[in-house]
Design a protein around this ligand. Sequence first.
Ligand SMILES: Cc1cc2nc3c(=O)[nH]c(=O)nc-3n(C[C@H](O)[C@H](O)[C@H](O)COP(=O)(O)OP(=O)(O)OC[C@H]3O[C@@H](n4cnc5c(N)ncnc54)[C@H](O)[C@@H]3O)c2cc1C
Ligand code: HEM
Length: 798
Amino acid sequence: MRHADGHAPPIDRTPRALKSTGSRARSGTALQRSAHGLPSHFRSVSLREPSQDAPPGDGEPASAIDPALRRARRATQLARAFGALVALTLGLITLGALVRAHGAGLACPDWPRCFGVWLPEMNLRVGFEWSHRLVAGGISLLFLALSALALRDAELRPAVRLPIAIAAVVLAVQIVLGGLTVLLGLAPWTVTAHLLTGTTFAASLLWIACSLRDRAAPRPRPTLPTGCRRAVWLASALVVLQLALGGLVSSHYAGLDCNEWPTCRDGVWFPTWQGGTGLHLLHRTNAYLVALAICGAWFWSRRHAGVARPLRWAVWLVLAQIGLGVANVELGLRVEITGLHTLVAAAIALAMAAALRETWLRPVGTDGPRRCVVIVGAGFGGVATAQALCDTAVDVLIVDRENYHAFLPLLYQVATSGLSAQDVTHPVRSILRRLPNAGFRMGEVVDVDLAERAIQLADGARVPYDFLVLAAGSDTEYYGNASVERLAFGLHHVDDALALRNHVLQCLERATQTDDANEREALLGFVLVGGGPTGVELAGMLAELRKHVVPRDFPGLEASMRVILVEARDRLLAAFPEKLTRRALEQVRELDIDVRFGAMVDEVDEGGVRLSSGERLRARTVVWAAGIRGAKLGERLGVALARGKRVPVEPTLALAERPEVFVIGDLASVREHELVPQVAQAAMQQGKRVAGNVQRALVGEPPLPFSYRDPGTMATIGRDRAVAHLFGVKLAGRIAWLLWLVAHIVFLAGFRNRAVVFVNWIYNYFTYDLGLRSIVGRTRPLAAEAHGENARRPADAA
Ligand SMILES: Cc1cc2nc3c(=O)[nH]c(=O)nc-3n(C[C@H](O)[C@H](O)[C@H](O)COP(=O)(O)OP(=O)(O)OC[C@H]3O[C@@H](n4cnc5c(N)ncnc54)[C@H](O)[C@@H]3O)c2cc1C
Ligand code: HEM
């Protein structure tokens, strides 16, 4: 959610600035673009497009936009409009139920006018019936207008012709049935048919919206087993029957013919199958069959995401619906419950319609030879790409040197004993369990053979690809300063965090043992270089450690422990609006953190840090949070790297002249979008765009350019303190801190991690404890003479 310091392009890379400690994050909102040297359809692309699926281009002159982009944009806008119409129609169906429940069905005895006029005298019942007709009229007109717009477009016409024709016929029948319902005095068959056609109309609108979305983001659909198809059809048929039975129950006023549950009445399960009671019993019994059938269809199709997704909705809805049905009976047909029962019934029908459409569009039988998409890196970008490709007829292979996905935004908590390494990592294989077309290979990629379309692994294996997605992330940049690289701690990998945690704890232990005042001062000096989020967050946690943990575990040391934050510029968190950076500084100072502005690090040695001003800070712990560079793998592509050693890519995220090779996330520098920050959100959004472009390539459509949607930034400063700039709203203090907690829990991978981190935070909050203080694993030796190397990867240090 926020920019880690160093997770945006550096502002200045002159040799002088290389000493600097400047924060590198920048907001992605005020971006500028240039358009030279690009295919015409990538010019004039707005950066403020709100959605990934929605292709960019709002507000641009139509003539400058490539036809594919324009078509996709138009399809997306129309899909949204039809989606809104579906929601309106659901509202209308519910209103219809309320009309009936209020006994207002004949409040207007004539049709189409009411008491012979268009605007009758109002009372509650007339108002209900009249507003039902008014909304129905509005929806009909909107449908006609939107359909005309869609059909006028020659590109979209083939996709929407059939569902629009069906919807138009259903609408005509629905209008006639509405009239008949009134004219025939609410005859049960007209009421029931009116409910069914209303729902069918909503389903046809959904079909149109889905077809338009498919037009905007086309993809080859994988095959579906026949059994799965049959299960969905059977469940759908039972749902239609259930709707009809429901309509018959209500129109025969048989809602309370069975007035208890689970038995019908007087403790008897099935008193009779005749009349209203029979209808009611049929409705109940079929409801259980519907629930079983939907659960079965979902289970059968759970490995086919496009079909399983709407079915998952249907499962939840049908369970809720049974609860509402029972409430209907037990509470004596309360109006609001009846209205909700009808709304959920229509929603179940829509979910089934979406699943049916998917089964209808998928080929039967077995897949032919499938293209292989190789993704290097199981970080935010790589995983998002694989997830977005999960329902496409391709094979996906993720390659990573670790067997886990790491949630880097919480590394600083691992480094300060707040969380364990297991809490912020999640095995890649466990993520892939939900992605039936994806596999994993653990290994370090050392080279890319662009000509032969293969990657080379450190163990000698070569893996061929049809499409390659490089999502290898970034690393700490030391700007060639050997002393910093050798002696300062970076914070970019899980091992970095573990090494730092052990080192901090070791310093505290040693400080209790030494009588040498200088040594003690160095052991209790903690210098954080870089006033971006990582530096600020680390400083905040160390200050909390000093305040709450050190007095209990190392009594007496807290007074001598110094936390110093060194920043080259004159403000912290430079990516945030000025008001928030001021609030952040106040909060940092409340924690008694020593902030040095305008200070640059010249050298780090065993005893501490020498600043360019000549001042020396005695500290055994120096953390370098002031530099970031693209992962080393980028150097193997044979292209001139952009700022921050990132790989320059086209706005489509593909390498120039290599449309089958994409680079995303921290490693990529997107032409025309160079200021997209190096944050998790950008990596995930790029992953989705790449998946979309692979899918487009497979169906012969040109790729679309990426545009970044900036959700905002956050940084926390110890407990109860944070700043957040979200959707233009500036927040500081406890509210920002709570938002930060929620956002990080939501984005963590894996239920176990979410649960453990949540419990950990609650525990830490109430006990003022940071519980993970055992020194386990290898640590960097503390003796001054042993400071020979940066122990960033302790496991390798043997
Ligand atoms: C300390 C820290 C705090 C951060 N805080 C935030 C924050 O609060 N909010 C936010 O939005 N962003 C934050 N970020 C930035 C964010 O984590 C990155 O922008 C994001 O992880 C980039 O995603 P990615 O997919 O490009 O790379 P990563 O998520 O870094 O994943 C790269 C993957 O590639 C693998 N890999 C690399 N090279 C190879 C190779 N040669 N062979 C095989 N595998 C390889 C790595 O093992 C890794 O799994 C933070 C970053 C750090 C370091
Ligand atoms: C799959 C689950 C179900 C679906 C899809 C469903 C659907 C419907 C529909 C469409 C109606 C007509 C609403 C209207 O005319 O406005 C209805 C009415 C009704 N349903 Fe259900 N239903 C389900 C389960 C149940 C269950 C389990 C019960 C009872 C235990 C129940 C009890 C009723 C009653 C009492 C009515 C009549 C309401 C009235 O007269 O106002 N339903 N149902």
